[in-house]
Design a protein around this ligand. Structure first.
Ligand code: MG
Length: 401
């Protein structure tokens, strides 16, 4: 336990409920290392319920609705945003957590926060900001999520940050550099990691098919998808293409989650395993079977080649990156263009980090508006469309907005 953190009492009703329902190797609220700043003892909620509520009510969480997961909002309304991806991870991680009798409140808080640090335009935006902030220590979305939780958001005038429980902050920290951790990772954080992987591998392929980047027939050539389709066809004969696609997507998720639960249970039923025992294990306990893990690697290789490097994705990537670089240079030269809350951070965190914080917090849409305001009258989408001969000028009303 960090000496900087203090425990607050956990309501007796919460402690009793968890003692009855959770496994001994779960993270029980009563063992929390507490919060950096002492607060009044909660009356009805457990510590991780409070954390979950603070994350959901943060501005950074709301902005996930207009941030790119893989495909930008201009490409359509079917595919995932960073928010819907996050909610899918919450759902899958809670399924795993309930089956394994883990702390679902902690899982929910960790899953809701796991992608909070993404800048506009996903990994394209992250790479551009990392380059811009090279002299200031770089930019990494997992590290930025911690900065949002500990510094940039606020829920109380007495301190900066959301003053979350140590376990939520530690869980996010393990996403940065697990190898550097002095101890193992709680199972709640491990199931979030596994759920994230199942969610993006499956749903990125679904979105890519909808956008026409790959076909169902091509996906069914990939071994994991081929096996899932065989399992589906054993239950349902003569499915039309659209029905087969939907059934395979469901099967992929169910099959992988069942596999993760079975593999993890095998390891956890070997004896009276405690939470401390889990923390002494340096290798992850929540892992897929070797067969599925091997086939998942092939799915990821396929997505990398055919989806993440698709020409349309690369056009948006290049435009988004050059726009962020230009905005970074303009705001660095004219920080008075930033809101006061970010200008105020220059004295403590430096000009580059303050500009990076401002840019990283933007939604895709707000980035386009601010790009038009700061750098010219043609927005990012228009520049991307110009490559295909369709130039869209930004109206004066958009510029004013
Ligand atoms: Mg994610």
């Amino acid at each position: 336990m960090s000496s900087q953190h203090r425990s607050a009492a956990v309501p007796e009703s919460i402690a009793q409920r968890e003692a009855a329902l959770l496994a001994p190797y779960a993270t029980h609220s009563i063992t929390t290392a507490g919060r950096r700043h002492v607060e009044d003892a909660p009356r009805r909620r457990g510590p991780y319920e409070i954390d979950r509520d603070r994350i959901i009510h943060s501005a950074a969480f709301r902005r996930l609705s207009a941030k790119t997961q893989v495909f930008t909002g201009e490409m359509g309304d079917y595919h995932r945003t960073r928010l819907t991806h996050t909610l899918e991870v919450v759902a899958l991680a809670r399924r795993l957590g309930r089956a394994l009798r883990l702390n679902e409140d902690l899982i929910e808080a960790l899953a809701l926060a796991h992608d909070l640090g993404h800048p506009p335009f996903g990994h394209a935006g992250e790479d551009a900001l990392d380059e811009c902030l090279h002299e200031a220590g770089g930019f990494c979305h997992n590290r930025h999520a911690l900065r949002i939780l500990e510094v940039l958001e606020s829920c109380n005038p007495r301190f900066e940050g959301l003053n979350l429980s140590r376990e939520v902050l530690d869980g996010q920290h393990t996403r940065i550099d697990h190898d550097a951790q002095a101890q193992g990772v709680p199972l709640e954080a491990q199931v979030v990691e596994a759920a994230d992987s199942v969610a993006y591998d499956t749903h990125d392929a679904d979105d890519a098919m909808k956008l026409g980047f790959v076909t169902l027939e091509e996906m069914l050539e990939v071994p994991l998808w081929r096996t899932a389709a065989r399992r589906v066809r054993a239950r349902y004969a003569n499915l039309a293409s659209i029905e087969l696609k939907r059934a395979v997507l469901v099967e992929l998720v169910d099959w992988q989650l069942d596999d993760l639960i079975a593999r993890t249970e095998e390891r956890l039923t070997a004896g009276e395993l405690t939470h401390d025992w889990v923390l002494r294990q340096m290798a992850p306990l929540v892992t897929a079977s070797p067969e599925i893990a091997h086939e998942k690697t092939a799915v990821e290789r396929f997505l990398h080649e055919r989806v993440y490097r698709h020409p349309q994705v690369l056009v948006m990537r290049n435009r988004a990156q050059s726009s962020l670089r230009e905005m970074f240079a303009v705001l660095r030269a004219a920080p008075e263009q930033m809101p006061e809350s970010f200008r105020a951070r220059i004295a403590t965190d430096g000009l580059d980090r303050a500009v990076g914080d401002y840019l990283a917090g933007m939604t895709d849409r707000f980035t386009q508006q601010q790009y038009a305001r700061l750098c010219g009258a043609v927005d990012i989408t228009a520049r991307a469309s110009a490559a295909s001969g369709e130039l869209r000028l930004v109206s004066p009303r958009t510029l004013a907005g």
